[in-house]
Write a protein that binds this ligand. Structure first.
Ligand code: 13P
Length: 247
């Protein structure tokens, strides 16, 4: 099954207008990339970034489960789409921790994203305590079961494995650990969704840099990366894109 590789950048709460130049550099340097390239800037930059992104896709970092209504400060999936986004990250561990999002919330948001025609990147991952307690695979199974809608398709859902303890820490799981979790996720997805589960792309995220990207991309069932810190500069992210294209 040929899955198109995806290099996704999550800018988190970083970036003002001055950083829009990064997208110009990325679009110029990687116009011929074989992999799909996505940047998810803060919501304030989505529309302007989408106008100049060329072949680079632009995404949101969250959406509300409802279409519209009395939800001060929130953004719907349809609004993201209207602003020029094609993707949205959902259930990132920072949202699960900072905003109390549970699996049911993430699933409702994913449903809204699918209805709006967005690709949803649904994040799962264990904490250090859960890893040390030997609970990793059970935790991931539970998050997948609870967070993915029943009508998830290979085209509309991407799953990102982001061990919480590897995010922004410079600590990366061993290639064996990444391979074990990705194989587990793939098996859970094909069990539940059949060929659609086989078609879903699986990203690894957590301290990915151009220096370690090549090794990570060689692991079976790693179809790309969800990158935080190293996505903020086009040059750094470009090294990851190049590694993915060579994988
Ligand atoms: O959380 C992440 C991407 O969503 C990973 O962040 P870092 O690449 O900064 O570790």
């Amino acid at each position: 099954m040929a899955r198109r590789k995806l290099a996704a950048g999550n800018w988190k709460m970083n970036g003002t207008s001055a950083m829009l130049a990064e997208i110009d550099t990325l679009a110029r340097d990687h116009a011929d990339a074989r992999c799909e390239i996505l940047i998810c800037p803060p919501a304030t930059l989505i529309a302007r970034m989408a106008e100049r992104a060329g072949p680079i896709a632009v995404g949101g970092q969250d959406c509300h489960a409802a279409d519209s209504g009395a939800h001060t400060g929130d953004i719907s999936a349809g609004m993201l789409r209207d602003a020029g986004a094609s993707h949205v990250i959902l259930g990132h561990s920072e949202r699960r921790a900072d905003h109390g999002e549970d699996d049911a919330t993430v699933r409702a948001k994913a449903q809204a994203a699918l209805s709006a025609g967005l690709v949803a990147i649904v994040c799962v991952g264990e904490t250090l305590e859960q890893r040390e307690g030997g609970e990793t695979l059970d935790v991931i199974s539970g998050q997948l079961a609870g967070s993915l809608p029943d009508d998830a398709t290979g085209a509309a859902i991407v799953v990102a494995y982001e061990p919480v303890w590897a995010i922004g820490t410079g600590k990366v799981p061993t290639l064996e650990q990444i391979g074990e979790v990705h194989a587990h996720i793939r098996a859970a997805l094909t069990d539940r969704f059949g060929p659609e589960g086989e078609a879903m792309r699986l990203l690894y995220g957590g301290s990915v840099k151009s220096a370690n990207a090549g090794d990570i991309f060689a692991v079976a069932d790693v179809d790309g990366a969800l990158v935080g810190g190293a996505s903020l500069k086009a040059e750094d992210f470009g090294g990851i894109v190049a590694a993915l294209d060579q994988a």
